[in-house]
Design a protein around this ligand. Structure first.
Ligand code: NCD
Ligand code: ZN
Length: 346
C-alpha cells in the first residue's frame, strides 16, 4: 500500500455557476480543495467589484455546514470595464484576477473582448498593481481551424500583448498544446499556465472514435496525442510555471447530450484520484504536491494551505457517482475510462 501526503490542494480554474447548480456542485469541490479561482462567466457575467461581492456571498451561503472553502473571485473583462473598479477590486482582497474571454470563444463569452486595444487602460492598470490576467487563449476568427486556435492566439494576441506590457502577470488557462507548454515554460516569472485533469487523460480520438462522446467535449477541445503527452510532461516536470486548474464545468446532461452540445467536463468530484493516477503513471508522485498545492499559491502570492490531504493506492478501485443530481437535472461526472486505485483518505 502506497500513501502520499500533500498540502491541501487548490483549483486555479473552476466553474461553480449559480443557484441550484451552485448548491449541487460546490460540495464536490469543497470536499477536496481549500480554495479555487472562480470563473465569472455567469449569465449575466461577474463584471464589477459589486458583482463579485454579491457572487462571493452566494457561494458562501451555498456552502454546507461544516465545510471550509475559500472562493477567490475574478472579474469578467469587457470593453466597458473601468480600470478604477479593477484597482478597487484588487485592493478589496476579494478579487484575485481578471478573466479575458475573446468574444465568442466559449460558454457565455459573447460579452467578452472583441478589440484588445479597448481594454488596454485596464491591462495597464493591472500591470501596475500586479493583478493577474487569466486568459482563455483561443482566437475566434472563423477562418482559423478549431485545433489551431490556441497556437494562433499565442502568436497573434498573447506574445504581442506581453511585449507591450512585460509587467502584466498572465495565466494561460487550460493549455492544450505543445506550443502552449513551450511558450509558458519560457515566459519568466510573470507567466504561468494551468492544466486541466481531463487534458492529461484525453486526446481527440477519445472524443470522436467509435461514436461522439459529448461528455469529453470541452473548450479548448482536446488535441492530438503528442499534445496530451506534452501536457503530461509539463505537469509532472516540477516547473513552477504549471499548476492545476480543473476547468470543471458542469452542464446538465440534456444540454451535453444535444444536437448542439455544451462544452465542459465535470471533474471536481474525481480530480485528485485521477491526478494521483496520472502522476503515478509518469513516475512523478513526488511532484504532485507542486502541481496541485504549491505552484499555484506561489504564482498568486498566497500562502500554501496548512491542512493536508492523504491519498492511498489500494487494490480496490476508487468509486464515485456516475452523476451528480441537481434541481436542474443530472450532471455526468468525468469518466476516465480506466480503473483508478488512488483514494483520498483524508
Ligand atoms: C467552460 C464553461 O462551460 O463555462 N467550458 C469549457 O468547455 N471549458 C468555459 C471555458 O472555460 O471555456
Ligand atoms: Zn473554464
Amino acid at each position: 500500500m502506497l500513501t502520499i501526503t500533500l498540502p491541501r490542494p487548490d483549483d486555479w480554474h473552476l466553474h461553480l455557476r449559480d443557484g441550484a447548480m451552485l448548491r449541487a456542485v460546490l460540495p464536490e469541490s469543497a470536499r477536496h480543495f481549500a480554495r479555487a479561482i472562480i470563473m465569472p462567466n455567469l449569465v449575466p457575467p461577474v463584471v464589477t467589484l459589486t458583482d463579485a461581492v454579491a457572487y462571493h456571498g452566494r457561494i458562501k451561503a451555498a456552502l454546507p455546514e461544516g465545510m471550509a472553502f475559500d472562493p477567490l473571485m475574478t472579474l469578467y473583462l469587457t470593453e466597458a470595464t473601468d480600470p478604477a473598479d479593477v484597482a478597487r477590486a484588487a485592493t478589496s482582497g476579494l478579487v484575485k484576477a481578471v478573466k479575458l474571454y475573446p468574444a465568442g470563444a466559449t460558454t457565455n463569452s459573447h460579452g467578452g473582448v472583441r478589440d484588445l486595444a479597448k481594454v488596454l487602460p485596464v491591462l495597464e492598470k493591472m500591470a501596475e498593481i500586479g493583478l493577474p490576467l487569466c486568459t482563455h487563449g483561443e482566437v475566434t476568427d472563423p477562418e482559423v481551424d478549431i485545433f489551431d486556435r490556441e497556437a494562433v492566439f499565442i502568436d497573434t494576441v498573447l506574445a504581442p500583448l506581453r511585449r507591450r506590457l512585460p509587467d502584466l502577470r498572465v495565466v494561460m488557462e487550460h493549455i492544450t498544446t505543445e506550443e502552449g507548454v513551450a511558450y509558458a515554460a519560457e515566459g519568466g516569472d510573470n507567466l504561468a499556465a494551468t492544466i486541466t485533469t481531463h487534458h492529461l487523460i484525453l486526446n481527440r480520438n477519445h472524443i470522436l472514435v467509435g461514436g461522439i462522446k459529448p461528455h469529453y467535449y470541452c473548450l479548448p477541445v482536446a488535441k492530438r496525442e503528442k499534445h496530451r503527452l506534452a501536457l503530461r510532461k509539463a505537469a509532472t516536470s516540477g516547473s513552477p510555471r504549471f499548476f492545476l486548474g480543473t476547468d470543471s464545468a458542469p452542464h446538465i446532461d440534456s444540454l451535453k447530450e444535444h444536437a448542439c452540445g455544451c462544452a465542459g467536463c465535470f471533474t471536481a468530484t474525481n480530480t485528485m484520484p485521477l491526478l494521483a493516477h496520472v502522476f503515478d503513471e509518469e513516475d512523478a508522485l513526488d511532484r504532485l504536491a507542486g502541481f496541485a498545492s504549491l505552484n499555484g499559491p506561489a504564482f498568486y502570492r498566497l500562502p500554501v494551505n496548512a491542512a493536508r490531504m492523504v491519498l492511498e493506492k489500494r487494490s480496490d478501485p476508487c468509486t464515485w457517482p456516475d452523476k451528480i443530481d441537481t434541481e436542474a437535472g443530472p450532471v455526468t461526472v468525468f469518466n476516465p475510462g480506466f480503473p483508478v486505485h488512488w483514494h483520498v483518505v483524508s
